[in-house]
Structure formats: C-alpha cells, structure tokens
Ligand binder design. Structure first.
Ligand code: PMP
Length: 289
C-alpha cells in the first residue's frame, strides 16, 4: 500500500498529473527511513532532515511532526515485510510549467515502502569495489533533493566499471559517495569529512560518529585529501540501507596493505557490530517523535 495526498491505495492505482513539478523540474525532496520489526529507525532525525531539506528549497512542510510520525508507522503497519525501507517524497505540487514558484499550490505527498535489502553476507565478508570520480554535483548536496540526475550518472559510472559505488572527490578532497557517506581509517583513526554543503548529512554517518565517540574509537572529523583516501588502511561507505560496508578495492587496487589488503578491516568489523547492537537497543525502546 502506498500513500498519495491523503489516500491509501495499491501502487498500481497511484497517478500523478504530468505537470507535477517533481516530474517537470525535479522540484522536491525526499527521505528513506529504515524500519526494523515495525520500529522506524531514527525517525526524529529523518524528519528533522526532511524539514531542513524543505527549508532549503522553500517548500512549506505539509504535515506536522506528529502527522509524519503517524504516517510512517501506518505505512509500515500496512505492508507485510518484517524490515522495510520507507520512502517519502514531497514536491512543490502541480502547476503550469514556469520556473518561478506557483502561488497557492499544495505540495504533493507520496510515500511507499519496500522490503529492506541490506548487503548480502558475501558483500559484507568481501567488501565491495569502488571507483573515484570527480564530484560534479551542485553546491547544495546537503539538501536531499529528488533531482538526482548527477548522482544517477555518478553511480552508473561505478556500475560501468564493475564497481558498487563512486567515491567522489572535489578539488582534491573527499566529499561522499553517489548515495552514501564515506569513512577512511588510517593507523586506527577513523577519518571523515565534516558536514557542509558538499555532503548529505547522513543519518548513518551520525550514528557511526556517535558510536565511535561512545566507544572511544579514535575519530577525526576533518577534510580528507585524495592522497589520504588512496593511502587509507580501510574505506567504508555508510547509508541507511548499506549500513556500514567496507570498500575493498578502489580504482581496481586493493584498499590497505599487509595481510588485510583488499579485505574488510578490523575497525569496520567493530563498527558494523556496534551498529547492529545499537539497532537492537533501538528496537527494544523505539523513540516516539
Ligand atoms: N549521501 C548521499 C548522496 C545519499 O544519497 C545518502 C543516502 N542514500 C547518504 C549520503 C547516506 O544517508 P543516510 O545514512 O541517511 O542513508
């Protein structure tokens, strides 16, 4: 079951007008919220990021926090899968095609849910291949916009090279992945770029940083140069669906050196375990908005 502008229906019945500005301009924002055994994960944080994306593109939030909370729980309850990925999207609405904002138009609200697919055990054990690509996106990558053409092109470059993700570099520094945040490890220190307009503030990124701090794992949040990316002992990508996933080769070369070269490293394994443990505690005591 999906939700579209106040109504529940099977996805096959859902229709939107061709003049929806999401379709015409990519004029909208979205969220993807994982739900484990009926418990939406970090819902408050996802809804806060939705609000900042809406503020960033100047769309008024069509629902209160309490209403979003209710809708997310409702869509999870209406769908059969144990673990789900809830997708929600708000566009500026339907209006004659004109770049400037239309007046008095109601935003389009769409939600669907899919079975949550996390990486297969084999990917987890071996890690995934990634390539480096120049980050040619716009300068508001902190907005979770549905205008994902650049991200699609960047991800396809990875797929064309037989890799799972593109690691993006801007002016000689790491930004993020095409649909993930990136962490490096050097000499036991976890390093990741700070939040800025160049990266999406990942919910998983925040969890990983909190877990590193809580467990006293050495952590530096600072700019990461291309040389440091290439010289890292470990590289990970993080996202709500990939969780913490090791990158084992970069541009065809093994990540790291010595006996761990080209294999997921020990810090990744530790963080993955901490993340799984954290998920379980959240599932026992789900936070309400
Ligand atoms: N960066 C980009 C560009 C993304 O699209 C995503 C999520 N798909 C992320 C980072 C990770 O964000 P989250 O941890 O909230 O899934």
């Amino acid at each position: 079951m999906i939700y579209l502008n106040g109504e529940w229906m099977p996805i096959e019945q859902a229709r939107i007008p061709v003049l929806d500005r999401g379709f015409i301009f990519g004029d909208g924002v979205y969220e993807v919220i994982p739900s484990y055994s009926g418990h939406p994960f970090r819902l408050r944080e996802h809804l806060a990021r939705l609000q900042s994306s809406l503020d960033g593109v100047r769309i008024e939030n069509p629902c209160s926090l309490a209403r979003w909370d209710e809708l997310v729980r409702e869509i999870v309850a209406k769908n059969p899968w144990e673990d789900q990925g809830v997708y929600l999207q708000v566009t500026r609405g339907v209006a004659p095609r004109d770049h400037a904002f239309p007046k008095g138009v109601k935003p389009t609200v769409f939600m669907m849910s899919n079975p949550l697919t996390t990486p297969a055990p084999e990917q987890r054990e071996r890690g995934v291949a990634a390539i480096t690509v120049a980050d040619n996106r716009w300068l508001r990558c902190d907005i979770k916009s549905v205008s994902l053409l650049a991200n699609c092109l960047l991800r396809q470059s990875a797929v064309d090279a037989g890799a799972a993700e593109s690691v993006l570099l801007r002016d000689g520094f790491l930004t993020e992945g095409s649909a993930s945040n990136i962490f490096a490890v050097k000499d036991g220190v976890i390093i990741t770029p700070p939040k800025s307009n160049f990266i999406l503030p990942g919910i998983t990124y925040d969890v990983v940083i909190e877990l590193a701090r809580a467990n006293k794992l050495p952590l530096q949040i600072r700019q990461v140069s291309e040389a440091e990316v290439r010289d890292a002992d470990e590289l990970w990508l993080t996202s709500s669906t990939k969780e913490v996933l090791s990158i084992s080769t970069l541009d065809g070369s093994p990540v790291g050196s010595g006996k761990n070269a080209g294999k997921p490293g020990p810090v990744a394994a530790r963080m993955y375990q901490l993340y799984q443990d954290y998920k379980r505690t959240v599932m026992r005591a789900p936070a309400r908005v």
